[in-house]
Design a protein around this ligand. Structure first.
Ligand SMILES: Nc1nc2c(c(=O)[nH]1)N[C@@H](CN(C=O)c1ccc(C(=O)N[C@@H](CCC(=O)O)C(=O)O)cc1)CN2
Length: 296
């Protein structure tokens, strides 16, 4: 008989608060001993409402931990060359230790040359070829993209030994799916990546002890796809309007259906999202520490 199990919620908000506190105390110590304050430059092009929320949250958290925030809000009409010029300026600015370009960029801009123009030592999003290469070779001393790093930290808190577990990552983006799969492989998981052309995603999911979903398709993963007792990490944040006309955030997993089947699941909101921002602060602190080591 298929008896439902008690599903535990993974509290990303609490995890992020602890991480942020730890970063704040390290920033204070760094300022006391070196006089240097970490500086993070965030570039947002255009008026995507969700990106505006994320960038605002990043600025708020950056200030909260005692770092300097340099916000560049650029109009939708910004050209590829103007954006590249700004990145070159930030690369050469000694007050800035971390640079990130909020994604997605407007359609007329080509994100790859823009991201690759960021100096790897300031690439706190971990998206340059250098930092992506580090992750893929199993070197943990580069910058790891913030969302997959957050997912890994949450998983390690819940499952201290990941070795030998079957993990399915649904979604193969450079920002999330690919680095996530590499990180899990480095931890000894047997990893499968499913993507838009995969024909048997539901079947693959049924074998997964760990299911990580980052597709941007609301409630794509049904309860029937989930292996009983699996740990589910839902990276999706989809804005929907309910029948009563209210705005609601839902993930890429049908949360109600997952209850009683998954052993643990990250909620949306309050799961992976807040940890992403704490990881960004962690990476910015680490970029500053590496810079200080380099100049001393
Ligand atoms: N350059 C980057 N662009 C994007 C990244 C990234 O890591 N680097 N990730 C996402 C967006 N993102 C960070 O930038 C992000 C998404 C969600 C949250 C978050 O805290 N979500 C809350 C809900 C907030 C809301 O939407 O109202 C939650 O889940 O509880 C933080 C950061 C794409 N772009």
């Amino acid at each position: 008989m298929n008896t439902p199990i008690k599903t535990q919620l993974i509290d990303g908000k609490a995890f992020a608060e602890k991480m942020t506190k730890d970063v704040a105390s390290k920033v204070a110590e760094l300022q006391k001993t070196t006089g240097i304050t970490p500086g993070l430059a965030v570039i947002l092009v255009g008026n995507d409402p969700a990106s505006e929320v994320y960038v605002r949250n990043k600025t708020k958290q950056t200030h909260k931990v005692g770092m300097r925030s340099f916000m560049h809000l650029l109009p939708e009409t910004t050209t590829q060359q103007e954006l590249l010029n700004l990145i070159h300026r930030l690369n050469n600015d000694p007050d800035i230790h971390g640079i990130l370009v909020q994604l997605p960029l407007p359609k007329h801009l080509n994100p790859d040359p823009i991201i690759q123009a960021i100096l790897p030592q300031k690439d706190v999003d971990g998206l340059t070829v250098y930092n992506a290469g580090k992750v893929s070779l199993g070197h943990m001393d580069g910058f790891i993209p913030c969302t997959p790093l957050g997912c890994l930290l949450l998983l390690q808190q819940e499952l201290p030994n990941l070795r030998g577990l079957n993990a399915l990552v649904i979604g193969a983006s450079n920002l999330m799916g690919k680095p996530m799969a590499q990180l899990l492989l480095n931890q000894g998981c047997t990893v499968t990546i499913a993507h838009i052309d995969t024909r048997n995603t539901a079947e693959l999911a049924q074998q997964a002890d760990i299911l990580i979903v980052a597709t941007g398709c609301k409630e794509l993963v049904k309860g029937s796809w989930i292996k009983k007792g699996a740990v589910v990490i839902d990276v999706g944040i989809n804005r929907i309007i309910t029948e009563s006309g209210k705005l609601k955030l839902v993930g890429d997993v049908n949360f109600q259906e997952a209850l009683g089947i998954a052993s643990k699941i990250t909620p949306v909101p309050g799961g992976v999202g807040p940890v992403t921002i704490s990881c960004l602060l962690h990476n910015t602190l680490s970029a500053t520490e590496k810079h200080i080591k380099c100049i001393s």
